[in-house]
Design a protein around this ligand. Sequence first.
Ligand code: UD1
Length: 416
Amino acid sequence: MDKVIITGGKRLKGEVEISGAKNSALPIIASSILSTEECILKNVPLLKDIQTIQRLLECMGARIQRDGYTLNVNAKDLKSCEAPYELVKTMRASVLVLGPLVARFGEARVSLPGGCAIGTRPINLHIAGLQRMGAEVEIKHGYVEVRAKRLKGAKIYFDISTVTGTENLMMAAVLAEGVTVLGNAACEPEVVDLANFLIKRGARIQGAGTDTIIIEGVSKIRGDSYEVMPDRIEAGTYLVCGAITGGDVTVSRCIPSHLDAVLMKLGAAGIKTEVSSDSVRVIADNGISAVDVRTMPYPGFPTDMQAQIMALMAVSRGLSVITETVFENRYIHVPELRRMGANIKLQGNDAIVEGVKKLSGAPVMATDLRASASLVVAGLVAEGKTEIQRIYHLDRGYERLEEKLSRLGADIVRVS
Ligand code: UD1
């Protein structure tokens, strides 16, 4: 199995271009199910998770062609409305086909995702929303089976802010009869990106990006072309890579306003940043001060950046408290960072990180995408070699990671 070997201690310098957002591309690809017309999707990153949703749509009967970063998706002749366990277990975002399938075909059979490395992650709120819209739901043999002649607009309030839950119900509501109001909706930029694509195709959606989204159902929507926005988590990760190595890194082709919470924490940690219209330069020449971080739904600090900022705090001056409020078990990187010499104590949802002068390279592995990213961040500054195993997690969310980091001057290689 492939692994990544990093020899730490190189100061990163230069420019890195950000790829299209994985978490936008996934619902946008799923939304092509809503129409019989072709969708031409640009800036779709080359990632394992994208291949997974592509395979899922193909096994339902969609025709998909990739040309570089452009994906042509035609869901005209979809034959099956089933998302099988084999695919859903490798990527729980496969559940994003549920809303579009029920909206267009009146039925769907989707494997329940089950637990994953970062928590139980149920989809009860997706299901409750579809029920409010008149769907009949049965859980059978590990699958959720949903049926509805035509979904009806409804007022739906989410108990917890859920990103894919908001996206699923927004897609379902696009073709429903009447008006749907989603209250306590997720405000993440990925929700807005999906809404913009749907609106371009003839959907009537207002309020995406706020906690109340109003969708007026229409009888059909078109296919169209769309460019996926840049990945804010990839951008944030490279900013942290620049910061931890005392580097000077420009992260280009990004949307800086999506990074406000991350930039504020980097600033509080004494790291200078320069923001332009589509890039951020990080200049870290004065060490790292400890700061406290609390993850929250957008516009709060993203849980998908928690592990990377923890690696940064592991070599800061002082004590920082990192609080995870979105997922109940998102500290699987902690034992691995400890093996590299980090001083981290866990107390419930808090990680208390006491900065150390140096980390030391070690063989490590993680069972989650962002946890793996934090080990890369730590490896860049650790003394000696860090060998990261199970890198298929990195391949799920970071396009050409070794190439991008090597260009910035990191000593990183992938070996089989
Ligand atoms: C999405 C992102 C993921 C990110 C997460 C939080 C995608 C493909 N993935 O995941 O990278 O870490 O948002 O920003 O976009 N919950 C329930 N019931 C539900 C749904 C969610 O209890 O029906 C809970 C979850 O267990 C979690 C919280 O709500 O504690 C937020 O999860 P959610 O926003 O749904 O995460 P995802 O959409 O799966």
